[in-house]
Design a protein around this ligand. Structure first.
Ligand SMILES: [Cu+2]
Length: 174
């Protein structure tokens, strides 16, 4: 009898921990189905397996009875990517291409260009015909300077450096 009381205490502890670590919306005793409550008891008594007990918890999460705190922050999290302007990028000949030359990202990714070259560069957005457009346009970036732009819409975006117009790059947003 004492052993059984201990098992019940453990179940209560498990559920208390779950309730504290998750944001629980409209928690009422009625929201938790009877079979889930029974599962907790049966699990404590060793009548059902751990995986069966976990399925019950999963049911509560999938049906919005237990709401995970992290769900919203994952969706709104901004992704990040980088383009390096490498050393030697200024030279007409040579392989100082933007790294990567065609950056492929998802929507809502913040792209940071970093000037790793020994001379200033800028980033000027262009249309598909090479005409400068007012979308993402940086001031001159000295060595070590950064420029950021967040791409919110799908498409293929062209850019170049007005000091070294032979340097062109692409950002493809899916
Ligand atoms: Cu340049």
């Amino acid at each position: 009898m004492k052993y059984r009381f201990m098992k019940m205490s453990i179940i209560v502890m498990i559920f208390s921990t779950l309730l504290v670590s998750f944001t629980v919306q409209d928690v009422s005793a009625e929201a938790v189905p009877e079979w889930v409550k029974n599962n907790a008891l049966w699990y404590g008594q060793g009548d059902i397996s751990e995986s069966e007990f976990i399925s019950a918890i999963k049911f509560l999460i999938e049906n919005g009875i237990i709401v995970l705190d992290t769900a919203e922050s994952v969706v709104s999290k901004t992704m990040e990517a980088q383009v390096i302007i490498p050393n030697g990028n200024f030279a007409v000949s040579g392989s100082g291409f933007y790294l990567p030359l065609n950056l492929e990202i998802n929507k809502n990714t913040k792209v940071t260009w970093v000037n790793d070259d020994s001379v200033p560069h800028n980033i000027q957005s262009q249309d598909e015909f090479g005409k400068v457009i007012d979308l993402f346009n940086s001031p001159p970036l000295n060595t070590g300077d950064r420029f950021e732009f967040t791409f919110e819409d799908e498409g293929v975006y062209h850019y170049y450096c007005s000091f070294h117009p032979w340097r062109v790059g692409l950002v493809t947003v899916q």
